[in-house]
Ligand binder design. Sequence first.
Ligand code: GCB
Length: 590
Amino acid sequence: MLKPRLNNHRNLIDISGIWKFKIDKNNEGEKKGWNEGFSADSEIAVPGSWNEQLDNLDLLHYVGKAWYTKDIFVPKNFKDKKLWIRFDSVDYHSKVWINDRLVGTNDFGYLPFDFEITEFVQCGKENLIVLSVDNQLSDDTIPQGINTHYYVDEKRPRDETFPAARFDFPPNGGIHRPVYIYTTSLIFIEDIAVKTKLTGPSSSKVLLQLNINENISCELVVNISDNNSIFNEKFKYNGNSADIEFEVNNIDLWGLGNPNLYKLTVTLFNENEEVDSYSLQIGFREIEVKNKQILLNGKPVYMQGFGKHEDFPVFGKGFNYQSLVKDFSLMKWIKANSFRTSHYPYAEEVLEMADREGFLVIDEVPAVSLDFRKVNGGTLKSHKEFTKKLIARDKNHPSVIAWALGNEPNLVGNPDYFNGEAEKYWKEIFQNARELDSTRLLTVPNCQKAGINDPVFLFSDFISINRYYGWYEHPGQIEYGVEVLEKEMDEIWNKYHKPILMTEFGTDTIAGEHSISDQMFTEEYQSKFIEKYIELLRSKDYVIGEHVWNFADFRTPQHFRRVIMNRKGVFTRTREPKLAAFKLKELWSK
Ligand code: GCB
């Protein structure tokens, strides 16, 4: 489904705000009929994680079920339309009731889901919405989950975190992005996919793939404009999907520093009556890998930027416009030109801003640290489905240049990872993604424990590596770490002949700690580590970019390795700069 928008044919109400909330530690809500309504423990802000809002309920580390409810007034004039509810993301599993009738379930966090609710709501009245949310992950969810007893079975009790997680960020729960009620007309445009292919320095082919909700014969008007209309034509078609191809001329390409965007509007006519229209921003650009380089509109680009997280005090993983604006403003200040949505899809507003600001984005499927001892048919199915849903949501963003189909498989360093099964798995995951989108690049950031024989390298368009020599390995020894890294990178290049992006490198740094000697955790150590790594990366012509880990400090599950947060941020969690921020600004301004 397309992102809900307000126009002459579509209404939209944002029903975020204060909801009622109840914890369901014993998973008894459904048995007790909470879906019919319940007496709440508390109120809670939506969007937002439940973890940092409700200290009186002690939810900081809570994993399990919770319930949300709100009475929503649906106006009379929504009658005779199709009505929908949309959650931009709920983590993780959720189940939705309206007026005590089950509307649907969703098992994919970090991504939007819509349910048609025309038959469920009463217009001109209050309607009771109830939602149950469960943030417990399992072997076959993406990302995979873990239970504390696994650590014992896996003979790695010292890796145990609380809450249990296979990754280095907390498995927060809640309604993390806005919730909408919206309407469409009875006949409406379900989806628009825009594919462009440059045919010259200022011309492009355009392939529009449209889905309409019903099999009809009708007319479509396609308009593309900036200040002036550059294309306007009528097309006739029959059925419920249409492929329309045409060429546009005199266009300005989308690129770094000049993110030219155009407004595409599709208007749908049925029996000469205008029944729907939808507008979105598009850009014309081309991305490819050639020999040692990545080319944007035929010219080499070097990526400088960050791996990030959606994480902010109190909001947790909840979307908020303030940190969206703040983070882009800091990325512009420091002269970053790109980032990765590590380790999951971010809010669509982030990609819209990247489109407008001209940032390159590597958009990540949350298959983080897949443990192949626990991968099963269900994992593969969820992974493919997740990829499909992500591509469906983000396919029209010019800023998105690549899909990261996971991050650091085999972080546990299991030798069986190399017995052929994982290779088969990745082959299928890459093939699936290529069939869904042949216009973007594919990669999976690799970890040191999977090493240079990681099967993801076989299928990637460019190689992504996360390395911490001088931190986890060879602690305190930056120069030696850089030597080890150089050897390994040369080996990777010689083996695969694919360009390399350094997707992670960095050191935990406590803001305010200083030292004249190389001393881990100080601001000087982080700044020097980053500088030395960048010096090496820039000396290799097969390197296509550097993404520092991380943009900002972020909360983690509890473990003795972490003092509340992962402190590898160049900015603190509240976005104050550390010394390395100034170093990066200097290096990235060159
Ligand atoms: C990694 C992971 C990232 C961690 C980071 C670290 O390789 O991809 O999720 O936070 O290392 O700081 O350990």
